[in-house]
Design a protein around this ligand. Structure first.
Ligand SMILES: [Zn+2]
Length: 267
């Protein structure tokens, strides 16, 4: 099996997880910027975090022959503080020059507040100005449907943004269709407790089709499973999907989306 892990928060994982992913067939890892489990107190905290994502973490991955790429932003949870958010937006362009940065993400909404929406619009503006791909986080549970709709409206309001260059992650049964029908890519996140289990993910793919969908494990500091993508590939095989179909979903699709940025090179 070969696969891409397109959304994993490796800063919160131990080195053994890199080795386990490599042994399971992982060929590249992409790491979006996210909330650290606590609110950072200044733009300097983000500067150090962006260095960690673009410099230190790729070195840790390289020990196992794994290419490591990142996405940059201030996450919606911390963007409630608009002053801090704008300071962070101000340092992102210098990091966009780094050869392992793929785009702006994971941006989006958390509690669907006015401040979050403003900072989301400013991230989208930055992505448009610098011609960047976009990776979007959608809110949890009861906020997900409304938040996803709001995010799609904000993206569609900016005529510079091409939906095929945007992935809306953490889709679930009630949001996957609106995302795909609007021309965006959809990401299904596999978690042991929330978001989707492997069985739910395969159900979704069987209904929605495999075009323009990727799977990811998001693995962060909470209960999460770094090998959730290969486990889901096994579940697909168990249900009778061909090796080619599994490969298209867990390898071909993420490669197709990510290769829109020529920096995404894995061989
Ligand atoms: Zn994430």
């Amino acid at each position: 099996m070969r696969y891409i892990e397109p959304h994993a928060h490796m800063v919160s994982r131990i080195t053994d997880d890199y080795e386990a992913m490599r042994l399971a067939g992982c060929e590249a890892i992409c790491e979006p910027a996210f909330w650290a489990g606590f609110d950072r107190s200044s733009v300097d905290g983000f500067y150090d975090y962006f260095c960690q994502l673009t410099d230190y973490e790729p070195k840790r991955a390289a020990k196992f022959g794994l290419p490591h790429f990142s996405w940059l932003c201030i996450n919606p949870k911390e963007s409630e503080d608009m002053g801090l958010a704008r300071d962070v937006l101000g340092i992102i362009p210098e990091f966009l020059k780094r050869s392992n940065v793929l785009g702006i993400g994971e941006i989006g909404l958390n509690k669907n507040t006015r401040n979050e929406i403003t900072i989301l619009e400013e991230h989208i503006d930055l992505a448009a100005k610098y011609d960047q791909l976009i990776l979007v986080h959608t809110p949890h549970l009861e906020d997900k449907f409304k938040g996803t709709r709001l995010i799609l409206d904000v993206l569609r309001a900016d005529s510079r943004i091409h939906p095929g260059r945007v992935i809306i992650d953490h889709v679930e049964e009630h949001t996957v269709e609106m995302v795909l029908e609007a021309g965006f890519w959809a990401g299904i996140t596999l978690y042991p407790e929330s978001k989707a289990t492997p069985a739910r993910a395969v159900d979704m793919v069987e209904r929605a089709g495999m075009k323009n969908i990727w799977l990811n494990c998001a693995c962060d500091w909470g209960r999460s499973e770094p090998l959730a993508v290969p486990r889901t590939a096994i579940e697909m095989g168990r249900r009778g999907h061909s090796k080619e179909a599994v490969d298209a979903l867990v390898f071909g699709n993420p490669v197709r989306f990510l290769s829109q940025n020529p920096r995404f090179q894995i061989s």
